[in-house]
Design a protein around this ligand. Structure first.
Ligand SMILES: C=C(CC[C@@H](C)[C@H]1CC[C@H]2C3=CC[C@H]4[C@H](C)[C@@H](O)CC[C@]4(C)[C@H]3CC[C@]12C)C(C)C
Ligand code: SAM
Length: 367
């Protein structure tokens, strides 16, 4: 074969391989986000690496240091930066629902995710005609599942402007924009009137609050008397030992890689709910058997992580993806390891469920 023919053949084969690698292998969990479209939220390309560094220097500190530096009030801004950095990677590698769910033998991740979301809707008895609040709604995977399942009108709030735009686009595409609304705002000071919702839920979101009482108090305020609120909380379990260095390393790894100002212990959740005035109707770790392990999805993904790492490295080298994406991806890879260690050892659960009711005649909450 002539040299030029060989070069042409190599070029064509190369192009096919790149196409396959990026478009086929790199396809999103849920159609819509591909590796070549990875943006970093509303951060401009040249600021991604700096934002990542700022994020990391803020959240790599343990909660005592964040509190001691009087930095609790800065948490929402850094959580916002975090979601600028990770939202597209989450959608690309996980889907539109940013949470875990118990695995169900013989069912897909997508089914298991949807059932976990529908359970929240059923627990608060969401139904047509009711106005329900989604506290920390991400790009709206749960909101759409819950609106479709229950027929309720869902209003979501997220601190991250980029997620608002993504969620609205997804709602429109799903034909659910008449029943799913998305607002940009801080769930610690919500822009909603008192007693304006018939129900509320939060899925793996309130763990970002420096003080859980601040977000629970806000949810309490906006609910009508008698309304229900369910939350899936990230907590350490009774198996966690603060004097075991391996446990501490796992929990610190989860906090740093997930923008958490400090995980709470399981027993603290209902104390906080009661403190702000809720009655606790039910409380249960949904990860406990017979539930299938939630962390297997993370463990099974090892090969895809490597493929994804190669992809983001290649796309950064080609200047398609902004500088800094590789570091963000590595941070997520690390946190995935800590999360599955936490799940496997049983010291951590991302689905401690608490179901609360605002009493009909609400006593004034204690401060
Ligand atoms: C509730 C929260 C987020 C929970 C999960 C949705 C995410 C936690 C860790 C994330 C991921 C880790 C590894 C990534 C992988 C390296 C990449 O190639 C593809 C995406 C990941 C799988 C990513 C997906 C989302 C998570 C599982 C927190 C923030 C409170
Ligand atoms: C892990 S995501 C979960 C999203 C959604 N519940 C889901 O399961 O797909 C956490 C969400 O909480 C939101 N959040 C965190 N802190 C917030 C705050 N102070 N105010 C409003 N939203 C916040 C984030 O923007 C993000 O949308």
């Amino acid at each position: 074969m002539e040299v030029s023919a060989a070069m042409w053949t190599a070029a064509i084969v190369g192009a096919v391989v790149v196409y396959w690698f990026v478009w086929v292998m790199g396809a999103a969990e849920v159609k819509g986000k591909r590796a070549v479209n990875l943006k970093m939220g509303s951060i401009t390309r040249d600021k991604v690496q700096d934002n990542y560094k700022q994020y990391w220097s803020f959240f790599r500190r343990p909660k005592e240091d964040i509190a001691a530096a009087d930095d609790d009030d800065n948490v929402p801004a850094f959580v916002d930066t975090f979601y600028n950095l990770v939202t597209d990677i989450y959608e690309w590698g996980w889907g539109q629902s940013f949470h875990f769910s118990p695995s169900i033998p013989g069912r897909s991740h997508r089914d298991a995710t949807r059932l976990h979301e529908e359970r929240a809707a059923d627990l608060i008895a969401a139904r047509p005609g009711l106005r329900v609040l989604d506290v920390g709604c991400g790009v709206g995977g749960p909101m759409r599942a819950i609106a479709a399942h229950s027929g309720a009108h869902v209003v979501g709030i997220t601190i991250n402007e980029y997620q608002v735009a993504r969620a609205r686009t997804h709602n429109r595409k799903a034909g659910l924009d008449d029943r799913c609304e998305v607002i940009c705002g801080n769930f610690l000071e919500m822009p909603f009137a008192d007693a304006s919702f018939d129900g509320a839920y939060s899925i793996e979101a309130t763990c970002h609050a420096p003080r859980l009482e601040d977000v629970y108090r806000e949810v309490f305020r906006v609910l009508k008397p008698g309304a229900l609120y369910v939350s899936y909380e990230w907590v350490t379990t009774a198996l966690y030992r603060a004097d075991d260095p391996a446990h501490v390393q796992t929990i610190r790894g989860i906090e740093a890689g997930d923008a958490l100002p400090g995980l709470r212990a399981q027993h603290e959740i209902s104390e906080v709910a009661r403190q702000v005035g809720f009655e606790v109707a039910e409380e249960r770790d949904l990860a406990l058997p017979p539930a299938g392990p939630w962390w297997t999805r993370l463990k099974m993904g090892r090969i895809s992580y490597w493929r994804n790492h190669l992809l983001v490295s290649a796309l950064t080298a080609l200047r398609v993806a902004p500088k800094g994406v590789v570091e963000v991806h590595e941070m997520l890879y690390e946190t995935a390891r800590h999360l599955s260690d936490g799940g496997e050892s049983g010291i951590f659960t991302p689905m401690h469920m608490i179901l609360c009711r605002k009493p009909l005649a609400a006593p004034p909450p204690s401060s």
